[in-house]
Write a protein that binds this ligand. Structure first.
Ligand SMILES: Nc1ncnc2c1ncn2[C@@H]1O[C@H](COP(=O)(O)OP(=O)(O)OP(=O)(O)O)[C@@H](O)[C@H]1O
Ligand SMILES: [Mg+2]
Length: 286
């Protein structure tokens, strides 16, 4: 929906609220290999939209996996609502770039969205069949795929498959949506539609969103705050508050002079960061 109003009202973010997620001194090394994440500390407020940007290989996916409980940090901690995470918590769903691998090809769209509700030990007792059906129907409607339930993933376009992945998170009632470059494989117009869809879903269901993206414009357009990560092994090198008005709009928001200023600040920051040379000493990028 290029150029259309993506949200109805102000964001849920309340600067005074307690953080829903705290990442404190997170350090991750894969076995004896190089350090993937050096020392990340950040927090995310309930209902906030936060983006992480940084150079390739700086540890963004590793960080997201640690946040989602799929990976255990080597040191440091991740806490959700004050409780340390020690496995995948049901409040979070992670959506990756590769939509073809996030859906089960042998299941219909409906069954794909319903799957986590059946498979989750925590929810099995509470989500009965009628409730599951109601939730899946609502979620597919929310992502504009009300009629796609009986279809199979391979019958859908890439953008539609990514919407199914989002529907799964909605049906699951995720409090936090973790998006790791979810729109990188779709064309520019579909990408804008998906960006606005995520804004609307966040608005309607009060979800907190953490997005990893290479696209600085996308980060500025969507976020309340952007964390810039440095070259590997990563640290947060800058936190940028995106105080652009909401609701945001693909055309008018991106035309604001402040939009250009913010994207420039982030871009220059990424370009100017010193890279480490082979001896480990820091050198300025050309
Ligand atoms: N399973 C793994 N085992 C060993 N090393 C890994 C593993 N996954 C990632 N790494 C290494 O950790 C570092 C960070 O990788 P990661 O995928 O987190 O970076 P990224 O910022 O997501 O990169 P990109 O922007 O290209 O997606 C890289 O050096 C990578 O080779
Ligand atoms: Mg990655």
């Amino acid at each position: 929906m290029t150029g259309s109003v993506a949200e109805q009202a102000e964001p849920h973010s309340d600067p005074a609220a307690d953080p829903i997620l705290v990442v404190d001194g997170l350090h991750k090394r894969y076995g004896d290999g190089p350090v993937a994440v050096d020392d990340i500390t950040l927090n995310v407020r309930r209902g906030e939209f936060v983006s992480l940007v940084g150079p390739s290989g700086c540890g963004k996916t590793t960080l997201m996996k640690c946040i989602s409980g799929l990976l255990r940090p080597t040191s440091g901690r991740v806490a959700l609502d004050g409780a340390e995470i020690d496995g995948p918590p049901r409040e979070m769903v992670l959506v990756f770039q590769d939509y073809s691998r996030s859906l089960y090809p042998w299941l219909t769209v409906f069954d794909n969205v319903e799957m986590p509700l059946k498979a989750s030990k925590q929810t099995r007792a509470t989500v009965d069949r009628a409730e599951r059906k109601a939730r899946v129907t609502e979620a597919l409607e929310a992502v504009g795929l009300a009629a796609a339930g009986p279809k199979y993933p391979w019958q859908l376009s890439g953008g539609m498959q990514q919407r199914v992945a989002l529907a799964r998170a909605i049906a699951f009632r995720s409090e936090i949506l973790l998006l790791d470059e979810p729109f990188a494989s779709v064309d520019a117009l579909v990408r804008e539609e998906l960006e606005d869809l995520v804004l609307r879903l966040r608005q309607r269901f009060g979800i907190t969103v953490i997005l990893v993206t290479h696209d600085i414009d996308e980060a500025v357009y969507l976020s309340d705050r952007v964390f810039v990560l440095g070259p590997p092994p990563s640290k947060v090198v800058r936190e940028v508050a995106i105080d652009l008005p909401r609701p945001r709009d693909q055309l008018s928001t991106r035309r604001l002079p402040e939009f250009g200023d913010l994207r420039l600040v982030i871009h220059e920051d990424i370009m100017r960061r010193p890279a480490k040379n082979s001896s480990g000493a820091e050198e300025e990028r050309p």
